[in-house]
Design a protein around this ligand. Structure first.
Ligand SMILES: [Zn+2]
Length: 596
């Protein structure tokens, strides 16, 4: 029995470098391919041969990537299957570790290659060296290798052997944090519950009950304050040293480079935070005041933020997952013929595993089978509105993968996260226009309202998480008290009108639960940037639906082949984070909310 929901999927392009019968789970069979690439590089004499070499390398990357995805998909679809688990762990433990240094060796060979500077787009960014195509050869796009070259060179330049053991230390600390947080449980209504499980009590209409649940969780979190602070102190020390070793003054500047953020700066992020404060906080306060009035309360407390303000039962968009798929298909049919055909193809090829069932990993994701160049969507639908948002979101990612199918350079079939999430978040909004496929009109509006309020409410928390880290890593040698004061100041700026009295210590440490701050430093603003882009695509579609969708699809088709601002511009977005850019988007969201 195959553990994969889909059948045999042919490669988008027949292999010409990787042997057809190779076992990609067996490192001794893979290693010779890296040897061959190294040997071939030494024989490359022209730019065209170097391009051919890059395509061989791409083919190997795609084959390895697809092998990893297949094992991951099989494992997450069958968590109770020992063979699926073994196959996945084998790849993670015995293939990925030896692959990593070999990949890095190829990157070094590429950056040192004498023909590198002759590739179009390499050398002078934006200005492609004039190069006439040979007869019968398609002309390479101007700047073709600009982004690829920039990313590879950056990776090679930042590498320091002395940072390897520090990064291992860092990973261990992150794991300690996860262990600490994962072990947090409370006893509620006679049962031991994880803090994630406790989340649903915050939607409980009985206020006393949800207060009790919230306080119990807060008390449990407070027990680990000291340990979280200690782990974090050690992380800051390590990260500062890593940055210093790589020649940076502070970890913030290092992290920006390490994440390949060539197209926006720390100053842009600080602008973004200020714009959220002036342009979005008034809307957040309005939503909170609205909630407070509907709940008939004098003040909003931290446990009043997730319950439906009119105490209605949860929305029920569908009973069966087949119905969800059929209705989603109808939404895409109304949106765009090409996207509808893409989703239909996923159904035909069984590239969807959407129903929640026993023996399936939690959550949802979109994965790409890189050789077949087709997307796969995994989720755990149970019949709630969140499922509808998730399928639209993941379908947006899937459309992105489908749009880059014709791209032969593996690196360009994926885009930076800032733009990937435009593809998905824009689809939540564009598809959200047709929620009547799932609901009668009143309920469709309720779903849209919750969704829009969620989008607006995300920005301030994003600003807190990001601005706090800017402060942390640019204030070397700060004390815990100073760090706490900096955080409380941010909560004052971005927390809105929520009454935390009696729980000030909890409020001052509420960042301890945000795993990104510990484990993925500086990884968060991406979602804010993408959400702005998504709102802009949506705003464009309000003016001219066909034109907005055309631009959206054209931008998706660029994959990762162009720098971020160009991807945004192609999609009809500005890639601006200042107040002037945000104001019209929030006005649109605000006026829309008033109609719902
Ligand atoms: Zn996403």
């Amino acid at each position: 029995m195959s553990l994969l929901p889909f059948g045999k999927l042919p490669a988008a392009k027949p292999r010409s470098f990787v042997p057809p019968a190779i076992d990609l789970g067996d490192w001794p069979q893979i290693a010779p391919l890296f040897d061959r690439l190294e040997a071939q590089a030494a024989r490359v004499n022209t730019a065209a041969e170097l391009e051919r070499w890059l395509l061989d390398w791409s083919e190997l990357n795609a084959a390895l990537d697809e092998e990893a995805s297949r094992r991951y998909i099989a494992m997450t679809c069958h968590t109770d299957n020992a063979e699926a688990e073994r196959a996945y762990l084998h790849f993670v433990e015995h293939v990925e570790p030896p692959v990593k240094p070999r990949q890095f060796a190829l990157e070094k060979i590429y950056t040192a290659h004498p023909r590198r500077g002759e590739l179009p787009g390499v050398g002078a960014p934006g200005t492609a060296p004039a190069r006439l195509p040979k007869a019968g050869q398609a002309p390479a796009a101007p700047g073709r290798y600009q982004v690829f070259d920039r990313d590879v060179a950056n990776h090679v330049e930042l590498f320091r052997p002395e940072n390897v053991p520090l990064e291992t230390e860092e990973a261990k600390l992150c794991q300690q944090y996860q262990k600490l947080i994962g072990a947090q449980t409370v006893s509620f209504c006679g049962e031991e519950k994880t803090l994630v499980q406790m989340g649903r009590y915050l939607e409980e209409p009985d206020r006393a009950l949800r207060q009790e649940a919230w306080e119990l969780v807060a008390q449990r979190r407070l027990k680990d304050v000291e340990q979280c602070e200690a782990i974090f102190d050690d992380l800051i020390k390590l990260r500062s040293q890593i940055a210093k070793n790589a020649g940076f003054d502070n970890y913030r500047d290092y992290a920006f480079r390490q994440k390949g953020r060539f197209d926006y700066t720390p100053a842009d992020c600080l602008d973004f935070h200020r714009a959220i404060e002036t342009e979005i906080m008034p809307a957040v306060r309005e939503i909170q005041a609205d909630r407070r009035r509907q709940l008939q309360l004098d003040t909003l407390r931290p446990w009043d933020l997730a319950v439906d303000p009119r105490n209605r039962p949860p929305l029920k968009p569908f009973a069966e997952v087949d119905g969800m798929v059929a209705r989603t298909q109808k939404i895409f049919s109304q949106l765009d013929g090409e996207l509808a055909a893409g989703f239909q193809q996923m159904q035909d090829l069984k590239l969807l595993d959407l129903a929640n069932r026993k023996g399936k990993a939690p959550g949802g994701y979109q994965s790409t089978l890189s050789e077949a160049r087709v997307p796969f969507i995994f989720m755990n639908a149970i019949g709630i509105q969140r499922d509808v948002e998730t399928i639209l979101h993941e379908a947006g990612h899937a459309f992105h993968a489908q749009a880059t199918r014709g791209e032969d350079l593996y690196a360009y079939r994926g885009a930076p996260i800032e733009f990937c999430e435009v593809a998905s978040m824009a689809m939540e909004l564009l598809g959200g226009e047709f929620l009547e496929e799932f609901y009668p009109p009143g309920e469709a509006n309720r779903a849209r309202k919750t969704h829009l309020e969620g989008i607006i409410g995300f920005f301030p928390w994003m600003a807190v998480v990001d601005a706090f880290q800017h402060w942390i890593y640019t204030h070397a040698g700060h004390t815990r008290a100073e760090r706490q004061a900096a955080y409380v100041e941010l909560m004052d700026r971005f927390g809105g009108d929520v009454d935390w009295s009696g729980w000030e210590t909890m409020r001052a440490h509420s960042w301890h639960r945000q795993l990104h701050i510990f484990i993925h430093p500086f990884y968060y603003v991406e979602y804010g940037i993408a959400q702005l882009g998504a709102l802009e695509v949506w705003a464009n579609s309000r003016r001219n639906k066909a034109e907005a969708l055309q631009a959206y699809k054209a931008a998706l088709a660029l994959g990762g082949s162009r720098p971020l601002p160009e991807l945004f511009h192609a999609a009809g977005c500005s890639f601006q984070f200042q107040a002037a850019a945000i104001k019209p988007l929030i006005q649109l969201a605000g006026s829309e909310l008033k109609k719902l």
